[in-house]
Design a protein. Structure first.
Lengths: 216, 216
DNA sequence: TAATCATTCCAAATATTATTAGAATATTGG
DNA sequence: CCAATATTCTAATAATATTTGGAATGATTA
């Protein structure tokens, strides 16, 4: 009975191409950014705090693994995830990391131990309250990202504009702020600002991708 | 407003530990084997066709990423996945690879273009037929793996024993053979043998882990 | 207690990957 | 067509990862 070593080796090698795409911290950050919607190379570089050249190299990796696709608009090239399953995989990878790695758990707790986190378990209740208007769900990401996709009932005020637009928010209801996901600090900052200004605010760690991923 | 580079870097670094665990072909093969149930180091080395030392090194990687746990029994140390989510992640990674990478698709087709594959879409019908006894679902993995978990209604005849135990199988019904998943060749071999001997046999690419993973 | 066996640890050799710099390409706007 | 800009490509270096061999560990059995 054949052992099929050669065949098997090529099969696992191919799958490893996908795994490799998820094995570098910066590349993961790029994937997370792209799961918020398409972005230009320059924009990705800014957001991930790396050089354009480096982000371009990471994008090439992702492109050869067939995980991203491009579109040209004028001088800019816009990248997007080639498949929703890529964002889902990102969510599943970081969830597993959060479940298994104590170092990650404690690092996450340091981010926002002061203002109360909203546990994701009361998803149902959160939506019920949002539907009734008992709370305000606030999306503090840049406006384009909100336009690409956002949580149900969410209202958009990008973090940059929050200070000027405070008056749009009610003082008598809780504000639940969210951003790109658990590794994005915009919602944390938003909650900090809102709390200082006397609003009742909490932050939701989940982003759109986490919300959309069915598996818990 | 802070940018939180340092914090972010550590967060993505942690998640990348999980990604790295899935970035080497041999390690993926080990993960797949472990998703069939716990195995000794030696056994893993045999199955993956690598040295004990090398498999031990890969296991160490998996252990530091907290993805596996060990148990000692006599002289042997048995490894198992630390969480069902690890097997789920393996399934999701290889599915994404199959969807995105043409090279993988064509390599998979070469394996078994002759005997008809059973598309996984008729999962419902397959189970209905199995329940009624219209078909025989045959698990050709080693017996321990069958004992750890198997598909509903499946009967176990390990590939090694198949030739001697042919008489246990009916000639008037279709036999659907499966093994560890799409990269395992045991079911292919089983179908080849059965077909030669005049049985009606097809092979199912999914294994227990794929079957158990809800997301399609 | 010694001998044996499975496994891990350590260190070295090789192969791969991440990152940076400089040259090349493609597009727009004049 | 030319100049300006965004991005990629190529090549080089620094950093990591994989693989292999030899020594060490730790439990079991005689």
């Amino acid at each position: 009975m054949r052992n099929g070593r050669k065949i098997k080796d090529t099969l696992y090698e191919q799958v490893a191409r996908i795994g490799k795409a998820f094995s570098s911290p910066k590349r993961l950050e790029v994937i997370e950014l792209l799961s918020q919607g398409e972005k230009s190379v320059e924009r990705l570089a800014q957001e991930a705090s790396i050089s354009v050249k480096l982000v371009s190299a990471h994008l090439r990796e992702l492109r050869t693994a067939q995980l991203v696709e491009t579109r040209r608009e004028g001088k800019n090239i816009y990248y997007r995830l080639a498949d929703k399953a890529v964002a889902d995989l990102w969510v599943q990878v970081h969830r597993l990391a959060e479940n298994r790695l104590e170092e990650l758990q404690s690092a996450l707790q340091k981010i926002a131990s002061q203002p109360g986190d909203l546990v994701p378990s009361d998803r149902e209740n959160l939506m019920k309250a949002a539907r009734k208007g008992e709370i305000v769900v606030l999306d503090v990401r840049p406006a384009e990202e909100y336009l690409t996709a956002h949580l149900p009932f969410a209202r958009s005020i990008p973090l940059d504009e929050l200070r000027q637009r405070l008056s749009e928010l009610p003082r008598d209801r809780s504000i639940v702020a969210y951003c790109r996901g658990p590794y994005c600090l915009m919602a944390v900052d938003a909650v900090e600002l809102l709390s200082k200004e006397g609003y009742r605010a909490v932050h939701l760690r989940e982003g759109v991708a986490e919300w959309a991923s069915e598996a818990r």
